[in-house]
Design a protein around this ligand. Structure first.
Ligand code: CTP
Ligand code: MG
Length: 386
């Protein structure tokens, strides 16, 4: 099929990027300046440069602290279209120097970005570039949720205030001219302030919390995500005449069925508890209370689907599951394969990750007397790669 014009994402205009990475990162207290510190498996600098490259920036000019070019070249190995230079004694000076490098082969548009912001959602880049159609500058901003006061105690109206992030987007000629003309204080708040000083309009677009700037030591402490978590589940339902028998989402012809909340699929209930238990998300009763009429007679497959979705929100996917059904009758053997396949379908995994076993209790106890069926389950959950 030939893709139609509407099925293609809108093309972004070409743009270059400046990434300022020449600071000392004093507040972060890392052994090296913070842009060279590891964060989620890579250095902060590599994250920032990769994010700009993924958004389509070309070339990408990176301003570095004195003497850090070899280190940066090693950290950015394999990335084309990246130009390294020594930055200046202030952020603003670092931006100046990088813009001058680009000036010899001037791009139409440029994004100026802090290396200390490792994550850059592409939607923000789209919003910024779109805004440059009308204005020479555009910056991402966020509203403030807390009350704000001056240190004198006087309250400011937070509705009038915004938190400013980077990347900031500019028509290159306008921001270059503004930087060359800047004769204000040695510290401009940001590049937008430099542009405004020449009368250039700056559009405010919606920012994103993921653009947060790593600043303090605590920003580098990551919660320990266990690579694998294990949960167990156990459930019992009573066998009664006049009920249907559902096990592992499969309807089993039998003279009795299980009674209880929902379709009383004891195997799925044990499995739901195992998955919820693995991610520490409570148990089946917390999520599907028997008192809630909406779950009466509900197919238990829905509970299982919901548990998988919850686990995904906690950052985990199914590794494997193992179930044991405990009953004298019916015989489970003939249905095992169908049960595996049905569970795999609900879980969204291959059947080889699902095991269904059965045992009797030698006619002992309630399962031995045929009064009920018990099920126990184990699930391993694997942390999803970030
Ligand atoms: N930056 C720069 N050149 C400078 C100072 C800062 O390129 N002379 C860069 C930093 O590397 C950072 C960005 O500007 O990517 C934002 O600055 P900030 O978060 O303040 O970083 P640092 O100045 O390095 O940190 P600190 O203020 O804690 O020392
Ligand atoms: Mg600083």
């Amino acid at each position: 099929m030939t893709p139609t014009a509407t099925s293609l994402p809108p093309a972004r205009p070409a743009f270059a990027a400046v990434i300022v990475a020449a600071g000392q990162g004093l507040r972060a207290g890392q052994p090296l300046p913070k842009q060279f510190a590891p964060w989620r498996g890579k250095t902060v600098l590599r994250h920032a440069v990769e994010a700009m490259a993924a958004a389509g920036a070309s070339p990408i000019v990176v301003a570095l602290p004195e003497g850090a070019e070899m280190l940066a070249a090693a950290l950015l190995a394999g990335m084309d279209d990246v130009l390294l230079l020594q930055g200046g004694d202030t952020r603003q000076h670092s931006v100046d120097l990088a813009l001058e490098v680009l000036a010899s082969n001037a791009p139409e548009l440029v994004l100026i970005h802090d290396a200390a912001r490792p994550d850059c959602p592409p939607q923000v880049v789209d919003r910024l570039l779109a805004a440059l159609t009308d204005d020479p500058g555009a910056i991402p901003v966020l509203t403030i949720v807390d009350s704000v006061i001056r240190t004198s105690g006087q309250r400011d109206d937070r509705e009038q205030l915004r938190r400013v992030q980077t990347p900031q987007a500019f028509r290159f000629a306008a921001i270059l001219a503004a930087h060359r003309a800047w004769d204000g204080a040695p510290f401009a708040g940001d590049d937008a302030e430099v542009l405004r000083a020449t009368g250039g309009e700056v559009a405010l677009v919606q920012g994103d919390e993921r653009l947060r700037k790593l600043t303090f030591a605590a920003d580098f402490l990551e919660p320990t995500i266990l690579p694998v978590r294990i949960g167990t589940g156990f459930d019992v339902h009573r066998l009664a005449a006049g009920e249907e028998l559902w096990l592992c989402g499969v309807h089993i012809p039998h003279e009795k069925g299980l009674s209880g909340h929902s379709d009383a699929d004891v195997a799925i209930h044990a499995l739901v508890d195992a998955i919820l238990g693995a991610v520490g998300a409570g148990d089946i009763g917390d999520h599907f209370p028997p008192s809630d009429p909406q779950w009466r007679g509900a197919p238990s497959a829905r509970f299982l689907g919901h548990a998988v979705m919850l686990a995904a929100q906690f950052g985990y996917g199914i590794g494997n599951v193992d179930l044991t059904l405990i009953c004298e009758a019916p015989r489970i053997g003939p249905h095992k394969q169908a049960m595996r396949e049905r569970l795999a379908e609900i879980l969204g995994v291959d059947p080889d990750r699902v095991s269904v076993k059965a045992t009797t209790t030698e006619r002992l106890g309630f399962t031995g007397r045929g009064e009920g069926i018990a099920a126990q389950a184990v699930a391993t959950m694997i942390a999803e790669a970030k």
